[in-house]
Design a protein around this ligand. Structure first.
Ligand SMILES: NCC(=O)N[C@@H](Cc1c[nH]cn1)C(=O)O
Ligand SMILES: [Zn+2]
Ligand SMILES: [Zn+2]
Length: 485
């Protein structure tokens, strides 16, 4: 059963209003240096405002809502409240399937001086249709896509083809604190629990491989995020006075970070790369048939810097191998000018993306042991602390399920193309919780393109992806209902 033509027409007719709603969400709230960034304590109030925005929007669409208190977290030494998750429920027809939709309304940090051409929190509509702003693609655009679908059905008086349960959280970019526990507790409540009756899950929070071909995604990498703190003097020192006189924390930290990964991506922490078995020819054939080229990755990276000229190697690096990335150093001098300081305490930040059978529990001890051993070799009198931040397990789904059949049919109906079947290199830790705790099939149905620049500067969502992507989400629900399973 394809989506009704009136639904598709409604989405086209109301595109400008949908874009205005996205602009409102990107800008929440419009006050100086304060946006819905979950990883920064000073922005927490703003993530809460974004939760309220979502709740108000859902209520206006006739959805039964609930805000869930997810407890507190310790951020930068302060115990602060985690923003509430926003739940929505619409439909309890036992004759229909029940689909759980998950998404997140928090965003990655963005500062114009990082290289944005426009204010990151003002949605800018470019002449070529790009909707530029933080969260446009990750993940405010996709979650508003679901609202667009609900609005179209409500206004047109079309009955929703499935029962819907909605879970939108404000901590996805910061470890989804409290969410796993909430899902487990609700599940344990059986028939009275919020998730009772859910048949399958759909998440729109990743990207096509390229700029042409839509995809349906059946895997995600897991993650461990690690801080390496090296400290020595009680305060920053003058390098003219103390250089070659004391052990310098920054020198030790750089030595440690330099021992984590080679320039061609090989992970040097013993045991990490070895956990993964080699791909056989059958698996390699899956990568070969994806619409992807080295030119695609280099175009979206903005430079000819792919690790290999072999498409299969590059795809395997993203989809079925772990990767280690170094993200930054807190406490280091980074401003303009030539400050001759020896920083007293520096904290290196890196993460490892995991693939099955790796889990944070298996990887973290290897990393801690290695860092401590390498630090000991430096014979430094400074102090080392290794801090394990959030993590998540990798996930791979069974694609021989009606949930995938519906997504593939919907993609063909909207885009007139067979989707690439992909495993995503990023992480959405709650995905595995839904799959394992609720015991249901989970699907990723992305809206954005491979060059959207999520987490990067000038993040965008193409207008056509927002509008056709909204049609895709709605059509998927109708295809789910049409499958006799
Ligand atoms: N669109 C999913 C996404 O971006 N997930 C993040 C999750 C994360 C973990 N720590 C910080 N963010 C990702 O980086 O993959
Ligand atoms: Zn996301
Ligand atoms: Zn993200």
């Amino acid at each position: 059963m394809p989506a009704p033509a009136t639904f598709l027409g409604y989405i086209d007719e109301h595109a400008d209003r949908f874009i205005k709603r996205l602009a409102d969400a990107v800008a929440i709230p419009r006050r100086l240096n304060a946006f819905s960034v979950s990883g920064d304590r000073t922005h927490r109030e703003d993530v809460v405002k974004m939760a309220k925005f979502m709740e108000d929007q859902l209520k206006a669409l006739g959805v039964q809502t609930r805000l869930v208190d997810l407890g507190t977290e310790n951020l930068e030494g302060h115990e602060i409240k985690v923003p509430p998750a926003v739940l929505g429920k619409i439909g309890e027809d036992p004759g229909k399937k029940t689909i759980l939709v998950y998404g997140h309304f928090d965003v990655q940090p963005a500062i114009k001086s990082d290289g944005w051409n426009t204010d990151p929190f003002t949605l800018t509509i470019a002449d070529d249709g790009q909707l530029i702003g933080r969260g446009s693609s990750d993940d405010k655009g996709p979650i508003l896509g679901w609202l667009n679908v609900l609005e179209a059905h409500k206004d047109l008086g079309i009955e929703l083809p499935v029962n819907l349960r909605l879970v939108f959280e404000g901590m996805e970019e910061s470890g989804s604190i409290g969410l796993d526990e909430f899902i487990a507790a609700e599940h344990a409540r059986g028939k009275d629990g919020w998730f009772h009756g859910v048949d399958a899950v759909c998440i729109s929070d990743n990207y096509w491989l390229n700029t042409r071909t839509p995809c349906v995604t059946y895997g995600l990498r897991g993650l461990v995020y690690i801080l390496v703190e090296v400290s020595g003097p009680t305060r920053d020192l003058h390098s003219g006075v103390f250089g070659r006189t004391v052990h310098e924390p920054m020198t030790d930290l750089i030595a440690l970070l330099g021992k984590l990964v080679t320039s061609d991506g090989k992970i040097l922490v013993p045991g990490v790369d070895d956990m993964i078995s080699a791909a056989d020819d059958e698996e390699k054939a899956l990568y070969e048939c994806l619409d992807y080229s080295i030119a695609d990755i280099e175009a979206s990276a903005g430079a000819p810097i792919a690790l290999s000229d072999d498409k299969i190697q590059v795809l395997m690096g993203r989809m079925r191998q772990p990767s280690l990335s170094i993200h930054g150093i807190e406490g280091a001098f980074y401003g303009a000018g030539a400050k001759t300081v020896i920083p007293a305490k520096v904290t290196g930040k890196f993460s490892i993306r995991l693939v099955p059978p790796q889990t944070p529990d298996k990887i973290n001890p290897l990393v801690v042991q290695y860092l401590e051993a390498e630090f000991a070799k430096l014979n430094s009198k400074n102090k080392l602390r290794v801090l394990l931040e959030h993590g998540g397990k990798p996930w791979v789904a069974d694609i021989k399920h009606w949930n995938y059949e519906a997504a593939i049919k919907a993609t063909q109906a909207v885009y007139n193309k067979r989707p690439d079947m992909t495993r995503e290199g990023g992480s959405i830790p709650v995905t595995l919780t839904f799959a394992e705790t609720l015991g249901v099939n989970v699907l990723l149905l992305p809206m954005g393109r491979g060059d959207d620049g999520a987490h990067s500067t000038n993040e965008k969502l193409d207008r056509s992806n927002f509008i056709e992507g909204t049609k895709l989400l709605g059509t998927y629900l109708h295809e789910v209902a049409a499958i006799n399973a």
